[in-house]
Structure formats: structure tokens, C-alpha cells
Design a protein around this ligand. Structure first.
Ligand code: C2O
Ligand code: CU
Ligand code: CU
Length: 493
């Protein structure tokens, strides 16, 4: 008998047929009827130089997202989503990214502290048939990051068609903790997305609301009606809101407590007990849930309660309830260690009263009254500086705020300490209308006079419409160079 672990290892080594084994007998769809696909781990080639070389190929394919229907999709190394990349702090990673799609794309490492020219934003386009080769040293704490396309004006479409994958960073501090960490067994990546399908099974890209494409069907790790068979007392779910414009409030069907152990940028100082957690597009939460042998419990998304200042909440999906994943516990569960009382220490970057360096107003498709201009640098930031940014949503629409290159701490929410779920490292934060979020972050190394990093609303339709700006990190005395486009990915061969 092949163990689940053996099965996963086999998958990781074989060419990826992503949804293999996931089809169900026709006529039996419904919550929990299909096994959750686990993205295979990407297997790097490790040379004598120690560099871990990964290969990613963005390509079209077809996926049985809904049982019995084939949906044309895009994926990395397979028909949909992508392999989970894993690397340890201190390791050098290199990627060969090939674009086998019919149009230009890019690959951005969301949450990664990476040189600006390898950030994979709109300045690092990869032409059809071309290859892009970024390389850097991973230098940040253990965290659940992800990668996805970032072509200016087309990010929503590319992500919606299926392009995104997890990038897990490991380090010694996380290794030393008794958290569930057996990938695919008790440590499960979950990318949650909403889709609307056309009658023939295609992804409906036509219905655009003010928050972009809003689906009526949930796909978890690429399929509907997923269930996870669990064999351990505790399971860690690394949840990514990979949707375009939908907010989720994750909770279990019986409202049980779970422990929040990590957010976008890494582990929290200590587990926080919650009964629900809200994630806006791009945000991640690592939670640990405890199970009783033989039970079935569903992970659901409940209506969004944080809706002050939002007009037309129903139109933005705030009233919706969904089944996300059915968790099926085996009749006997392997005992899991108790959760550690302390995780990773966190020291505040600044005092809560620190004077803001910059402020950002979010309104309509603009940040500080401007839409994105690829040829305009919005700000330059001196390297080795700690900055304090205030962000305010002046709209009656939902927005959030994501910064490339850095992780940030939420110093204050309207002058008050942040709630526990926002007290760890973040790279994306939901912005309730009218509320001022004070963020602190430190800009270190990777100075570049030519290639900027982005900051933007991560509701992908808003980002595509230009709700984005650009900054350079500069060395002392360095001045911005004339803008150029990195053409290294644009040539063939
Ligand atoms: Cu997840 Cu600029 O993006
Ligand atoms: Cu990003
Ligand atoms: Cu927005």
C-alpha cells in the first residue's frame, strides 16, 4: 500500500498532472465529494555551487475544476496553479521561467525580499516563448508566500485563469517549533478562489463588478467540493486568499476555536485563539485546528462583518456564505504535540506614536489621486531606513494595500493597537473605509536606480485599473536612472 507521503513524493518527481486522481463519478458532486489536490513540491536541481535551480513553465491546459466539466486553464508546470516552491533562509535560489502562453506574462514573488530587477512586476515581462532567469538569496524568516503573474492591466485575468503557486520559506526558528510540518499530511497549503463558469465550463471573464470578477463557486486548490482526509490530531492550514476581489471570513461549521500561528510575513509571537479570520485578496493565515477522531467538520466562509463604510456590501459579496473544504478526521488520529506557548519573538520597529514618513489615500482606482504610470517613480526611499506609512481608504468600496520588497508591522489602527490577527508581520492589509492604518517597515539592501518595486491595492481589478505606484530603494547619493524595461525576458531562446 502506498502511503500518502509516498504518493506525494512520487507526484513531486513525476511530470505534474495536477488534477490526476481527482475526478469523481459523474452525478455525485456536493460539498466534500472530491479529494483536495495538494500541489506537488517543486524539486530543484542543486549544483556544486549550492544554488537551488527551479524550473517554472507557464502554460495552457484543461482542468476538471467542476466535476464532470473541463475548464480551459493556465498553470505552472501543469494545467492549473503551480508546484509549491520551498527554500530555506540563507539558500540561493534560481529560476528558469518559460512563458508557453499565447501572451506576455510575468512572475512576481509576493512577500519576498528580492532584488527589484527580479521582483517579477510589470517591468519584468516574459514574451511568449521567452525565458526569464531571476536569482537571489532567500533572506527572511519562515513564512507562507506565493507567486503569481503581474502584467500591468492583465493580472486579474492571468490569476483567474489559474496562475498562482505557494512559496514556502523555512528557517531554523520555525524548525525548532512543534508545529505540524509534514507537507501534505498535517501541513496543508490551501488556495481559495472564487470563479464563475460559463455553461460550457469555461471561466466567465465577462461579469465585472466594482471589485472585479466575483464568482459564485469556490475552488480550493483548483477544484470545487474538496475534502481533506486527516490522520493527525492537529492540522495546519496555510490559507491564501488567491481571489481577485472577494473577501472571506474563514470559520469552521461548528464555530470551534482554532489557533492563528502565522500571517503574511511569518509566525506570530504566540498562537492566537480565534473562531474566524478575515482575509482580503493576497493575504495569508496559518491556522492550526484540533480534530476529534472520526468527525467531519467543514471550513466555511461566513458573511463579512467588518463592513463599516461599505456601500453595496451585497454586490461586493459581503453577504455570501460558502463551503470551502470538508475536513474528514480518520477513526484514529496520530497524537500531535500541544502547540508551543511562544512562537517567534517580535520587536516593534517603531513606537506607536512615531511620526509618519508618508501617507496614502485610497480612492476609486487611485492612490493619492494618481493612477499607475509605468514611467513615473512615485517615491524614492533611502536604503537602511525605517519608515512609517499611514494608509486610509477614502472610498465606500473595499480596498487593501500591499507593498513589495518588505514586510510591515501594523503599528496602529485609528491610533489604537491592532487586533491580535493584525499584530504580526504582514505584507497586505485590508483597509476599512475611513480607518487610518499606521504601518512600519524597514528597507534594507537591493538598491536599484532603475527598477522600482510596486505598492498597490491587491483587488486585482483595481490594480489593473491603475491603483498602484512605484518606488525605488536608493543608496546614499544614488539618483534615479532613466526608466527602462528589462528586455532580458523578451527575446526568444
Ligand atoms: Cu501579489 Cu504586487 O502582488
Ligand atoms: Cu507582491
Ligand atoms: Cu482597491
Amino acid at each position: 500500500m502506498v502511503s500518502r507521503r509516498g504518493f506525494l513524493t512520487g507526484l513531486a518527481l513525476a511530470p505534474v498532472v495536477y488534477a490526476a486522481g481527482c475526478s469523481v463519478r459523474a452525478g455525485a458532486p456536493g460539498p466534500g465529494t472530491r479529494p483536495l489536490p495538494i500541489p506537488p513540491l517543486a524539486v530543484p536541481a542543486v549544483g556544486a555551487d549550492g544554488v537551488r535551480r527551479f524550473t517554472l513553465r507557464a502554460q495552457p491546459g484543461s482542468t476538471e475544476m467542476v466535476a464532470g466539466k473541463q475548464t480551459p486553464t493556465w498553470g505552472y508546470n501543469g494545467a492549473v496553479l503551480g508546484p509549491t516552491v520551498r527554500a530555506r533562509r540563507g539558500e540561493q535560489v534560481a529560476f528558469t521561467v518559460t512563458n508557453a502562453l499565447p501572451e506576455p506574462t510575468s512572475v512576481h514573488w509576493h512577500g519576498m525580499h528580492v532584488p527589484a530587477r527580479f521582483d517579477g512586476g510589470p517591468h519584468q515581462m516574459i514574451a511568449p516563448g521567452a525565458t526569464w532567469s531571476p536569482q537571489w538569496t532567500v533572506d527572511q524568516p519562515a513564512a507562507t508566500l506565493w507567486y503569481h503573474p503581474h502584467p500591468h492591466g492583465a493580472t486579474e485575468k492571468h490569476v483567474q485563469r489559474g496562475l498562482s503557486g505557494f512559496f514556502l520559506v523555512d528557517d531554523e526558528a520555525a524548525d525548532a517549533l512543534d508545529l505540524p510540518k509534514d507537507y501534505g499530511v498535517d501541513d496543508i497549503p490551501l488556495v481559495v478562489q472564487d470563479r464563475r463558469f460559463t455553461a460550457d465550463g469555461g471561466i466567465d471573464e465577462s461579469d465585472t463588478t466594482d471589485v472585479g470578477l466575483l464568482g459564485d463557486t469556490i475552488v480550493t486548490n483548483g477544484i470545487t467540493d474538496a475534502h481533506l482526509a486527516v490522520t493527525t490530531e492537529r492540522v495546519r492550514l496555510r490559507i491564501l486568499n488567491g481571489s481577485s476581489g472577494r473577501l472571506y471570513r474563514f470559520a469552521f461549521g461548528d464555530h470551534r476555536d482554532f489557533a492563528l500561528v502565522g500571517t503574511d510575513g511569518g509566525l506570530l509571537p504566540k498562537p492566537v485563539s480565534l473562531t474566524s479570520i478575515q482575509l482580503s485578496p493576497g493575504e495569508r493565515a496559518e491556522i492550526v485546528v484540533t480534530l476529534i477522531p472520526g468527525e467531519n467538520v467543514s471550513l466555511r466562509s461566513l458573511p463579512i462583518t467588518e463592513r463599516a463604510g461599505i456601500d453595496r456590501a451585497a454586490e461586493f459579496g459581503f453577504d455570501d456564505t460558502f463551503d470551502i473544504l470538508t475536513v474528514r478526521a480518520a477513526a484514529t488520529l496520530r497524537p500531535s504535540p500541544a502547540l508551543p506557548a511562544a512562537l517567534v519573538p517580535l520587536s516593534p520597529l517603531v513606537a506607536p506614536t512615531a511620526t509618519p514618513t508618508r501617507s496614502f489615500d485610497l480612492q476609486w482606482f487611485m492612490i493619492n489621486n494618481q493612477r499607475m504610470d509605468m514611467n513615473r517613480i512615485d517615491m524614492t526611499i533611502p536604503v537602511d531606513s525605517t519608515e512609517v506609512w499611514t494608509v486610509r481608504n477614502k472610498d465606500n468600496w473595499p480596498h487593501n494595500f500591499h507593498i513589495h520588497d518588505v514586510r510591515f508591522q501594523i503599528v496602529a489602527v485609528d491610533g489604537n493597537p491592532p487586533p491580535p490577527a493584525l499584530s504580526g508581520w504582514k505584507d497586505t492589509v485590508y483597509t476599512t473605509p475611513g480607518v487610518t492604518y499606521t504601518l512600519a517597515m524597514r528597507f534594507t539592501d537591493h538598491t536599484d536606480a532603475t527598477f522600482p518595486y510596486m505598492y498597490h491595492c491587491h483587488l486585482l481589478h483595481h490594480e489593473d485599473q491603475g491603483m498602484m505606484g512605484q518606488f525605488l530603494v536608493l543608496a546614499p547619493g544614488q539618483r534615479p536612472a532613466p526608466m527602462v524595461m528589462d528586455m532580458s525576458g523578451m527575446g526568444h531562446g
